[in-house]
Design a protein around this ligand. Structure first.
Ligand SMILES: [Zn+2]
Length: 71
């Protein structure tokens, strides 16, 4: 039976069955390898979805302040 456990990294309450994948996705130390820009978007979204509301806001604020070269 899965039980509720707290992630020791972010303190989020999770099911014991999802803790492993949560840690892998939300706290991955390695750079995510993407084959193409098209491949990158779903991966970014998947990682984003694992974040807490507070961290999601942080990501959006970071992206909003990010400079990019107009094509
Ligand atoms: Zn966590």
């Amino acid at each position: 039976m899965p039980h509720a456990v707290r992630c020791d990294i972010c303190g989020k309450l999770l099911s014991s069955s999802t803790l492993k994948s949560h840690k892998r996705l939300a706290h991955a130390k390695t750079v995510v390898v993407v084959a193409s820009e098209e491949d990158a978007i779903p991966k970014i979204v998947r990682i984003y979805e694992t974040l807490s509301t507070e961290k999601k806001k942080e990501v959006l604020a970071t992206l909003a302040n990010m400079d990019f070269d107009p094509a």
